[in-house]
Design a protein around this ligand. Sequence first.
Ligand SMILES: Cc1cc2nc3c(=O)[nH]c(=O)nc-3n(C[C@H](O)[C@H](O)[C@H](O)COP(=O)(O)OP(=O)(O)OC[C@H]3O[C@@H](n4cnc5c(N)ncnc54)[C@H](O)[C@@H]3O)c2cc1C
Length: 375
Amino acid sequence: MVAFEEHSSVGLPAHCAGLISVSGLRRLNIDIPKECILNRVKGATFYSPSGTFFTVSRRKSQAYVINRPLLDQYFASKAQKENVSLFTSTKVLALKMGERRLLKVAHKKESIFEPKIIIDAEGIRGKFVREAGLNPPSKGVIPGVQFEVENAEVNPDQVEMFFGNKVAPGFFAWIIPTGENTARIGLGANHHALRYLKEFIRNHPIASKRLSNAAIVKKFGGSIVLSGPIPKTYTNGFLVVGDAAGQVKPTTGGGVIMGGLCAQIAGEVAAEAIIEGKVNSKRLGAYQKKWRKLLSREFYFMLQARRILNRMSDNNLDKLFRIIIKNDFPKVMEEVGDMDFESGVIKKLILKPKLSASIILNFLASFLIGKKESK
Ligand SMILES: Cc1cc2nc3c(=O)[nH]c(=O)nc-3n(C[C@H](O)[C@H](O)[C@H](O)COP(=O)(O)OP(=O)(O)OC[C@H]3O[C@@H](n4cnc5c(N)ncnc54)[C@H](O)[C@@H]3O)c2cc1C
């Protein structure tokens, strides 16, 4: 097996906030080295546009805040130990599909590879997904920006998420503690993400007070995929995984666990297909069947939740928070919540009579009026 990475070092440049669930790693059956873990968090606090908040927390650590480049490098060296030939500083330039599949790659000079199966994990660019005749995510991809800061007043045990159309339209802002007084502060927004992030740090009524002495040590960002999976993730001799396949949670933009689960299935199906000597589209369709069996219900519910959230005015978001708190819903989230498999909790939330009524009314209002109530 051969892997190509265009940069000189795997995992760089970083774009990820690095929050991954302990349960997700367990599902992947992966132990990660201690050096990759910067912090452990037990829960999250959610803030409404007007500052109403609730906390969902457990006794044990629920998620790790990781050094993502280091983790990617750990996986790369593990793969190399399993006889994967890794070519860094090697960009895949072109893909030719047909009876034979040809990859043109450039290191110092250009060369042609003829793999039996290509597993495309190129990220959100989606160039080769298109060249293979499939459709990469297009709608529902938003910019995300992030600052790494020191001297911030954070709760090292808790992630914080701030909602509101004036805070981060189309997503939310986050404070992810990386230590006692260090954090990743970021947000996604469907436009002007950097402007909203600067505004959040300077003027958010709650966050700005705690970040007034914060010093930015690093800035980074990328595209957050909220579209849900693409309709077709395979063709003759070709499988697509991760962001390029839209295998990211539409609620939170988390893609490491979802992409990882799908990548494991892709690897297994590809290996079996090569042993059988059948790498056609019909055989490789097993990949899509398997990941859908595991995850399509999750993606469906998370997409509906994202659609509902995106249509909510700030007033209705506030109402939603108040109903959640009044109905003791944070406790339900503590009892049955799962950071990756969110369908159970979303269903429980939607089925609460007062909540479903508020969501339906909000949905109808947004369709009738055609825009958000408070812009
Ligand atoms: C701001 C932000 C914060 C995020 N925070 C989180 C988080 O906290 N938790 C979480 O789970 N997810 C998070 N995500 C999402 C997560 O980063 C992605 O879902 C995940 O990295 C997708 O992995 P991937 O391997 O599909 O793509 P990528 O991580 O984008 O990797 C693609 C790789 O392919 C290489 N490549 C691309 N084209 C070529 C080419 N032509 N030739 C050779 N190499 C090529 C790239 O250099 C890159 O190394 C975040 C995303 C953003 C933007």
